[in-house]
Design a protein around this ligand. Sequence first.
Ligand SMILES: Nc1ncnc2c1ncn2[C@@H]1O[C@H](COP(=O)(O)OP(=O)(O)OP(=O)(O)O)[C@@H](O)[C@H]1O
Ligand SMILES: [Mg+2]
Ligand SMILES: [Zn+2]
Length: 261
Amino acid sequence: MNPFENIATKVGFKNNITKQEHGLKCDKCGRTYDYYEFDNGQIVKDGCDCEMIELAKQRKADFDKHNRIAKANSIFKKSIINQGLAQCTFNNYQATNEELSRAKALCERYANNFSVDNKQSLLLQGTFGTGKSHLSMAMVKTVRAKGYSVLYMNVPQLISTIKGTYNNNTDITEQELNRIIGDVDLMVFDDFGINMNDFATSKMFELIESRVGKHNIYTTNLNAQELSKNKDMQRIFSRIMANTTLIKMNGEDYRMRGINL
Ligand SMILES: Nc1ncnc2c1ncn2[C@@H]1O[C@H](COP(=O)(O)OP(=O)(O)OP(=O)(O)O)[C@@H](O)[C@H]1O
Ligand SMILES: [Mg+2]
Ligand SMILES: [Zn+2]
């Protein structure tokens, strides 16, 4: 009886060895091992741990991925999204003019090519109801499906939420919110620029500053002049435009279709 069979009998393996080879050499670690196959299908390589190490690595990778997705989901839950956007996809966006058709194609490309290495941002700018929020949400879905962390914030509501954190009865502190916004793989600031009082302007400056050099999507109704109407807004606008592609989205208001005024 060889040493392994000896141990196997000692620890009381109930299964019988159906195949064995001795003195094999592992290509990976170079060690010599003995190979055993049991009648329950189990395989043992006595002398080489490569497969166990590989299995452990795989388990760890699965575990990390699971954790990453769980964390990404819990972050996404902090998003502030207006009703109606939940159903938005690229498929159900029907571009009604050339500019919007080009916008759709660029957004789709952005989402499909999303990777952490190649940090780029988009500014979707145009008139009401042309689908800026719709396409942003469609990008969010694609990027989330790839396992990235995403946060979607309607800016006016984000500002109210920040004010709300000053009352003690909210579930998140301003610091936590800042940290999450600074950390996510993709940040969406939807509807930037309207009703920007001094408080909103200084908060948005901090948040947008914390996102420079990362992936961001901004949507706005304001044009470049309106976005840089004073020094403070210019400071924000200049940071928004860092490594950012401007996508114009002008057209008829989709919300008003079929309505004759
Ligand atoms: N081309 C389109 N095809 C299908 N649905 C559309 C299209 N454009 C807009 N919609 C729908 O119309 C509604 C308004 O669009 P959305 O909110 O994306 O506009 P917006 O450009 O963000 O407007 P605003 O500037 O007022 O924020 C949404 O429910 C959206 O799903
Ligand atoms: Mg919108
Ligand atoms: Zn080996």
